[in-house]
Design a protein around this ligand. Structure first.
Ligand code: NAG
Ligand code: NAG
Ligand code: NAG
Length: 294
């Protein structure tokens, strides 16, 4: 009876436990994170000294058994568990969105039933920033738009942002939204402050509009001819083809990047143009098609 009481007292001072330094972590894709914890255990149980045999971190179970994160092939050489005294940290480099999970720390001792998992664990969310575009107005020279630096991490709402326009930091702007003029050549991205080296993909109006005609040789009546319009744009551009008829009443021929003539006729000869448009702008390119009779 006395023994039991004694053990209870010792456990009260020196109990099984894991304490995480933070339980929710938000990190940018590509960055490095360190998840930390300290752990405690009764130093003696029933007169035997406790010795820690194994420490590891896990996110998944396999047949009810935790799977050591460092043996998970999705992580390859990206994880490292290091411990000193009674604190351990899991370092994950080159974070991927698929690393988002609840990480738990487990330690195993020499004592019978002397194993312990810190639960609930640490929720890691890996966020890839993305600029979302809302168009406000368009005129000939620029588009007025609202750009939002979106993150899949709710914690990111409390952070500071930086914006880049044409490679330069936009001064005095630290909010997650930017409202302003975007010109045809502007290239804009955002990042979290302190993580400027991990910006979102850039957004910009369509550029490098390119039209190709296939076959590229002389176009002969009756043949299959495909005209394709392409551009570089983010958000992706949509395409519309028109045939120039000299009047203002242009009707789109189609709303695809490709214009296909199954059997081209000489009456199809003429000037065509395609427009590429996204929420940040619009551009166009002409192509002339001359059909020759066989
Ligand atoms: C973990 O500890 C390291 C070293 O003290 C620190 O740089 C890092 O920010 C800590 N991680 C968290 C999520 O608190
Ligand atoms: C193309 O995209 C713009 C901007 O998103 C949109 O306003 C327009 O209606 C789209 N056009 C077509 C043909 O889908
Ligand atoms: C098509 O024919 C017209 C008139 O002969 C000519 O001016 C134009 O350069 C030709 N275009 C091409 C692409 O060959």
């Amino acid at each position: 009876f006395f023994d039991v009481l004694c053990v209870t007292v010792i456990q009260g001072q020196d109990d099984w436990g894991v304490t995480y330094s933070s339980t929710e972590i938000c990190a940018s894709k590509g960055s490095t994170v360190e998840i930390n914890c300290t752990y405690t255990y009764p130093s003696r149980i029933d007169g035997g000294d406790t010795e820690v045999k194994e420490t590891f971190w896990f996110t998944k179970l396999n047949r009810n058994q935790p799977v050591d994160q460092s043996t998970n092939s999705d992580y390859q050489d990206r994880v490292e568990n290091s411990c000193s005294e009674k604190s351990c940290s899991l370092r994950i480099t080159d974070l991927k969105e698929s690393d988002s999970a609840e990480y738990k720390f487990r330690f195993i001792t020499n004592q019978p039933d002397g194993r312990y998992t810190g639960s609930p664990g640490v929720t890691l969310r890996v966020t890839a920033l993305q600029v979302q575009v809302t168009r406000i107005t368009v005129n000939q020279y620029y588009t007025k738009a609202e750009l939002k630096c979106h993150s899949s991490c709710s914690l990111a709402g409390r952070l500071s942002y930086v914006w880049f326009k044409n490679g330069k930091k936009m001064l005095g702007l630290t909010t997650s939204t930017y409202k302003g003029r975007v010109y045809a050549r502007d290239i804009i991205s955002c990042a979290l402050e302190g993580h400027e080296e991990l910006p979102s993909p850039s957004v910009y109006a369509p550029k490098f509009l390119f039209v190709s005609v296939s076959p590229s040789a002389e176009i002969v009546e009756g043949r299959l001819v495909t005209v394709t319009c392409s551009s570089d744009a983010n958000p992706v551009a949509n395409y519309t083809w028109y045939k120039e008829n000299g009047g203002p009443d242009l009707q789109p021929l189609n709303k695809n990047p490709q214009l296909v003539f199954r059997s081209i006729q000489s009456s199809d000869s003429g000037e065509y143009y395609c427009t590429a448009e996204n929420k940040l702008g619009r551009t166009f390119k002409y192509v002339s098609i001359n059909v020759t009779c066989e």
